[in-house]
Design a protein around this ligand. Structure first.
Ligand SMILES: [Zn+2]
Length: 111
């Protein structure tokens, strides 16, 4: 069963169980063609910003108030996930900000 899905621009998508979201792989990454147990030559780095607990609470309160006012300041933090994909395994590098940094998990199909 494939654990990759074709992405736009001829890239690939995979499910990251550490981040509980899909990550994208650019088309120019060397791929061994094994869709059920893929390997890519270099680590895949994904970075974004997410709410802190305080930021999410502020956002939820603002949304719950049903106001059309501008959003208040909602605190966020930088998140990064760096993973080497080898033979269908996800090897998370230590610089990842999630709890699986330094650990290895099996790939799963995109839910
Ligand atoms: Zn991730």
């Amino acid at each position: 069963m494939s654990v990759l899905r074709p992405g736009y621009d001829d890239g690939y998508n995979f499910w990251c169980p550490a981040c509980v979201r899909i990550h994208r792989i650019r088309a120019d990454r060397a791929f061994d063609g094994q869709w059920s147990a893929p390997s890519f030559e270099k680590p895949i780095r994904t970075a974004w910003r997410d709410f802190t607990d305080a930021g999410r609470a502020a956002y939820t309160t603002w949304m719950g108030a049903g106001t059309s006012d501008l959003s208040p300041y909602c605190e966020t933090r930088a998140e990064v996930c760096v993973v080497l994909i080898r033979a269908g395994w996800l090897e998370y590098l230590p610089e990842s900000t999630h709890e699986f940094a330094g650990k290895t998990l099996p790939m799963e199909p995109i839910p």
